[in-house]
Ligand binder design. Structure first.
Ligand SMILES: Nc1nc2c(c(=O)[nH]1)N[C@H]1C(S)=C(S)[C@@H](COP(=O)(O)OP(=O)(O)OC[C@H]3O[C@@H](n4cnc5c(=O)[nH]c(N)nc54)[C@H](O)[C@@H]3O)O[C@H]1N2
Ligand SMILES: Nc1nc2c(c(=O)[nH]1)N[C@H]1C(S)=C(S)[C@@H](COP(=O)(O)OP(=O)(O)OC[C@H]3O[C@@H](n4cnc5c(=O)[nH]c(N)nc54)[C@H](O)[C@@H]3O)O[C@H]1N2
Ligand code: SF4
Ligand SMILES: [Mo]
Length: 761
């Protein structure tokens, strides 16, 4: 397609998308939100879009003026952006920052290729031809099995898979779960038969946010709204178990700043109380669970007094929370996520928490934990067109990782194992999409591995540790600049499946292109054009939606549609999709896990695993007496808002920081740890671990537990933050920092902290 044709397509699709809501502003009227006087002649229109900053796909209503997006609000009634039917739609500050992201001067807006060791900008045709030529010679020299695939949360993920997995034949990818939610979802999948559960917040009467921060780390605006509504309307209780005083802790009835990594002990003691009080769901256990005897035995001697000594939560609190939770069940939910997944002993901790949900029988019940399911299927556009997609990745040799226990049981590679795979020559090239892996774990070794690889190709929006080291960089379009489609079951509509879609609303900034354009151009150059017969992604999505009798245009015009009923208690009809057809307390029937458990001498049933220096994470000692973890805050997304000035400023503002010259992340430290070290708020501090050190600025406050340090991730070396300001904790993380069952990055590091030469920031 040449330039003219492409812009014709864009104009056509844009006009289709915006047609529903055209309005021309009266001369001199005042913009509701910004207060600015609109340009007398400006054609103002609104159209729908979806936010993908935290990947929750909240519906956005965008105001456009002369082809530029000038304002954003949420879409009322949207399943992800509102509290449900008729409710006001809102966006969080990250969603509102979408304009700043799109028009940001730091954005990559042209293709780049490496020449004589330096990246230089290139024309699209040249960049595509160069990437194709390098991919071909790579295949001849090394074979496709040496090319590693890595995707974050992209829009065109299926096109990346089609090109690099199915057609090119690269068999190995880095498991998404191994940087985010491995222990959480692996344990849940083996216990309940599906990888994802979602809390039915809106209908819940007792909510335990367990190492989760849903008031600021949303999976869409429906989460905080649902929580606040059920607190107000159902007098529901919210308990926050977190060593950090988060926004969730702020609104909770109880904040339990637990000793980190001891959640598994707390969960077992709660199970002990629930059984002792006879508050478990006998009928559910009898008919729908497997392995309850092993569970009963596991908790028999796990009294609240026992757990109090481990968790630093007093026995009375443990009793009260256990009883409150069980009495409210099934309208009760104990929901862990990344807080427990980031732990070296995370698998058992998650298994023990999940077991509580089975014990009180709240699985897929109103107000409990919901089985994530859309309740409908889209059509397969390849089938529609009679295209037989090859599976060229199948049967390729994959490396043998017998010395990595978890790696034997999963096909995807663990994020932290990649550098070793490169060192061994198992991996020699890398294709990356919307991801910034150098912030996620084992960062120094990853940086070296990228330098050592023969070929690195990336689609990115900002300069990161990967794009700076790439051979070819393609500038990807944001959601405002490309069509979007998402479906799901997790939303404000507890009993419905939804679809949401939006078309490109603005011309891509600079020379950016949509994901579909990038992958189809590359595929065509490599001789696989026949597998990308769609004119654009709109046509592809349209064919998918034909499966439910909808068109892309239909949905994009109204932003979303509720399309299916998703009943509670789906297990009544189909049973659980597990080995026994039941909810499994004991995982002795799960082959992979049973073998691993035997090897590592652990129980297949719930059990308390303390961190132990050996397999389950490192412990603190005299030299490194503090435990450091990193994570998220409301104002920033995983790894891209750090490139935006306003977002960084909002984050620093929240903690009272307005220092000129420092816009990195803060190290939150309790006064009882700061005082003896002579550290005050604003001091530059050095954090030292057995594997390295970083420097950043201290924020002394009571909002973190004594002995525990927290910093926001996505800053420092290899990050998108301008000048790599702040610290990347993962430069102190290594291959051995891995949770042994799922292969997920363990992000708890023993450290010592000192003030740097008396300077203040
Ligand atoms: N240290 C540490 N690491 C973590 C975490 C942590 O708490 N601490 N959290 C983990 C979690 S939960 C997750 S899910 C992973 C996610 O980690 P990733 O898979 O790396 O995902 P993101 O951080 O969202 O990806 C950021 C990249 O996407 C690019 N990008 C942003 N917008 C666009 C766009 O419109 N188009 C294109 N083409 N690219 C774009 C950015 O430029 C950036 O390079 O991170 C994990 N890593
Ligand atoms: N603002 C914002 N929202 C996001 C994202 C984002 O980047 N920014 N990303 C999205 C993604 S990909 C994800 S995976 C989700 C993550 O959603 P959440 O899991 O809710 O995110 P976190 O804030 O990392 O929550 C983990 C909490 O666990 C606590 N914690 C740490 N160690 C322990 C421990 O040992 N025990 C207990 N009990 N708690 C502990 C941390 O202090 C932190 O508050 O957020 C999504 N939403
Ligand atoms: S919660 Fe915020 S960042 Fe996430 S999709 Fe919604 S508006 Fe965007
Ligand atoms: Mo995540």
């Amino acid at each position: 397609m040449d330039e003219d044709e492409r812009s014709k397509v864009r104009r056509r699709t844009f006009l289709k998308g915006a047609a529903g809501a055209l309005s021309v502003a009266a001369a001199g009227c005042v913009d509701r939100d910004s207060g600015a006087v609109a340009h007398a002649e400006a054609a103002r229109e609104t159209a729908y879009n979806n936010c993908w900053i935290c990947r929750a796909s909240c519906g956005q209503e965008v105001t456009l003026e002369d082809g530029t997006a000038v304002d954003l609000t949420g879409v009322d009634g949207h399943p992800k952006a509102s509290a449900g039917p008729g409710a006001e739609g809102t966006l969080c500050s990250k969603g509102l920052a979408q304009l700043d992201k799109t028009y940001n001067p730091n954005r990559i807006t042209r293709p780049y290729i490496r020449e004589d060791g330096e990246l230089r900008s290139a024309e699209w045709d040249e960049a595509i031809a160069y990437a194709a030529e390098r991919l071909e010679s790579f295949r001849e020299e090394h074979g496709p099995e040496k090319l590693l695939r890595y995707q974050g949360y992209p829009i065109g993920g299926e096109f990346h898979d089609l090109l690099f997995r199915d057609l090119y034949g690269a068999p190995i990818q880095v498991g998404r779960k191994t940087t985010c939610h491995g222990p959480f979802s692996d344990s849940w999948e083996w216990m309940a038969g599906y990888g994802r559960e979602w809390p039915d917040w809106r209908n819940s009467e007792y909510m335990i946010a367990w190492g989760r921060n849903p008031m600021e780390c949303f999976r869409g605006q429906w989460e905080p709204k649902g929580i606040m509504e059920t607190i107000e309307e159902n007098d529901a209780t919210l308990v926050c178990i977190d060593p950090r005083y988060t926004k969730t802790a702020e609104v909770a009835d109880r904040w339990i700043p637990i000793e980190p990594r001891t959640d598994g002990a707390l969960a077992l003691a709660m199970g002990h109380v629930i059984i002792e009080e006879g508050l478990h769901d006998e009928e559910f256990i009898e008919e729908w669970t497997y392995g309850f005897d092993a569970y009963r035995e596991a908790v028999a001697d796990k009294t609240p007094e026992w757990a109090a000594g481990i968790t630093d939560v007093d026995a009375e609190t443990i009793r009260e929370v256990a009883i409150g939770f069980a009495e409210a069940a099934p309208r009760a939910v104990a929901f862990p996520f990344t807080g427990l997944s980031f732990q070296g002993n995370g698998f058992k901790n998650c298994q023990n928490v999940h077991a509580l949900n089975g014990l009180v029988g709240n699985i897929d019940r109103k107000g409990g934990t919901r089985h994530w399911r859309a309740g409908f299927s889209l059509a397969d556009p390849f089938e529609e067109r009679g295209i037989d997609v090859p599976a060229n990745h199948e049967g390729r040799p994959t490396p043998d990782y017998d010395d990595h226990p978890y790696q034997r049981h999963i096909r995807d590679l663990s994020h932290n194992a990649v550098p070793t795979a490169v060192e061994r020559g198992d991996i020699r090239g890398f294709v990356n999409n919307w991801s910034a892996p150098l912030k996620s774990g084992n960062s120094e070794a990853w940086a070296e591995a990228l330098e050592a690889m023969d070929l690195v190709i990336t689609v990115d929006a900002f300069w990161s540790g990967v794009s700076r080291r790439a051979d070819v960089v393609f500038p990807g379009a944001s959601t405002l600049e490309q069509p979007f489609l998402a479906t799901g079951g997790d939303s404000a509509y507890s009993e419905s499946g939804w679809v949401t879609a939006s078309d490109a609303l603005i011309e891509p900034v600079g020379d950016c292109r949509t994901d579909y354009e990038i992958y189809s151009a590359l595929a065509t150059e490599l001789g696989w054009g026949e597998y990308f017969p769609w004119e654009d992604a709109v046509e592809f999505y349209d064919e998918q939606l034909s499966g439910i009798g909808r068109s892309f245009e239909d949905i994009a015009e109204r932003s979303y549609e509720i399309v299916a009923d998703v009943k509670y208690e789906q297990w009544r009809e189909h049973g659980f999709d597990t080995e026994t057809g039941k909810f499994q307390f004991d995982l002795d029937v799960v082959d992979g896990y049973a073998a691993l458990a035997e090897e590592t001498d652990v129980s297949t049933a719930p059990e308390w695993h303390p961190p132990d220096d050996d397999l389950y994470g490192e412990t603190t000692d005299e030299e490194y007496p503090l435990l450091l973890t990193d994570g998220f805050v409301q104002q920033l997304s995983r790894g891209h808002c750090q490139a935006l000035d306003d977002a960084r400023e909002e984050y620093l503002d929240r903690f009272g920081f307005r220092y000129e010259g420092y816009d990195g992340n803060l190290l939150h430290i309790n006064p009882s740890d700061a005082d003896p070290r002579g550290i005050e708020t604003g001091d530059r501090v050095r954090v030292e671990s057995p594997d390295g050190h970083v420097e950043l600025v201290a924020h002394v406050y009571e909002g973190v537990r004594p002995g525990w340090l927290f910093a926001v991730s996505g800053f420092g070396a290899y990050s998108l933050a301008p000048d790599e300001a702040g610290a990347n904790m993962m430069t102190m993380n290594t291959e051995r920092h891995v949770e042994p069952v799922s292969g997920q990055v363990d992000r708890n590091l023993p450290v010592e902290v000192s003030r740097v030469g008396g300077e203040t920031a």
